[in-house]
Design a protein around this ligand. Structure first.
Ligand code: HEM
Length: 136
C-alpha cells in the first residue's frame, strides 16, 4: 500500500556547501518483499535496496542464488561468499534506495519471530541517526 517514500535530500545542501547533492528513495521491507520473482528481483544488502533484475543473467555466481534471496535481506549470504571489491563496486549500478529506518521499526509487531534481525535493524537505525541528518 505504501509506495516508495518521497525522495529526500540527504545532503543538507544550503546552496553553498561543497557537499554532493544526493537524494535517497526509501522503501519498506514489505515493498522489497514483493519483488521476488525472476521478472523483478530486489535484494537488500546492508540496508540498501538493489534492483538486480537485469543482473540475473550476468551474475558470476549464477542466477539461482539471487533467486533464493529475492525480495529478502541478502546481506549475510552476500558476505558469506566473500565477494571481491569489484563485486562490491558493481552493487552501485543496481542501487535504487534505502530501507527506511523508522518505517521498519513500525513493522516491529510483525517481526517478532525475527528478533535478531530486528536488533540488527535497530543498530542500523542508530547508525543512520548518528551519521545522517534527520529526514522525518
Ligand atoms: C547485486 C548483488 C551481487 C553482485 C553485484 C554480485 C557479484 C558477484 C561477482 C562479481 C562475483 C564473481 C566473484 C567476485 O568478484 O567476488 C560473484 C560470485 C558469486 N556470488 Fe555474487 N553478487 C551479488 C549477490 C550475490 C548474492 C546475494 C549471493 C548469495 C546468495 C551471491 C553468491 C555468489 C556466489 C556463490 C558466487 C560464486 C563464488 C565463486 O564461484 O567463488 N552473490 N558475485
Amino acid at each position: 500500500v505504501l509506495g516508495p517514500m518521497a525522495a529526500v535530500d540527504a545532503s543538507g545542501s544550503d546552496g553553498k556547501g561543497q557537499g554532493v547533492e544526493t537524494s535517497v528513495t526509501y522503501y519498506r521491507l514489505e515493498e522489497v518483499a514483493k519483488r521476488n520473482s525472476s521478472k523483478e528481483i530486489w535484494l537488500v544488502i546492508h540496508g540498501r535496496v538493489y534492483d538486480v533484475t537485469r543482473f540475473l543473467n550476468e551474475h558470476p555466481g549464477g542466477e539461482e542464488v539471487l533467486l533464493e534471496q529475492a525480495g529478502a535481506d541478502a546481506s549475510e549470504s552476500f558476505e558469506d561468499v566473500g565477494h571481491s571489491s569489484d563485486a562490491r563496486e558493481m552493487l552501485k549500478q543496481y542501487y535504487i534506495g534505502d530501507v527506511h529506518p523508522l518505517l521498519d521499526i513500525l513493522d516491529f509487531p510483525h517481526r517478532r519471530r525475527h528478533s535478531l534481525r530486528f536488533l540488527v535493524s535497530l543498530l542500523h537505525v542508530g547508525k543512520q541517526i548518528l551519521l545522517r541528518r534527520p529526514c522525518w
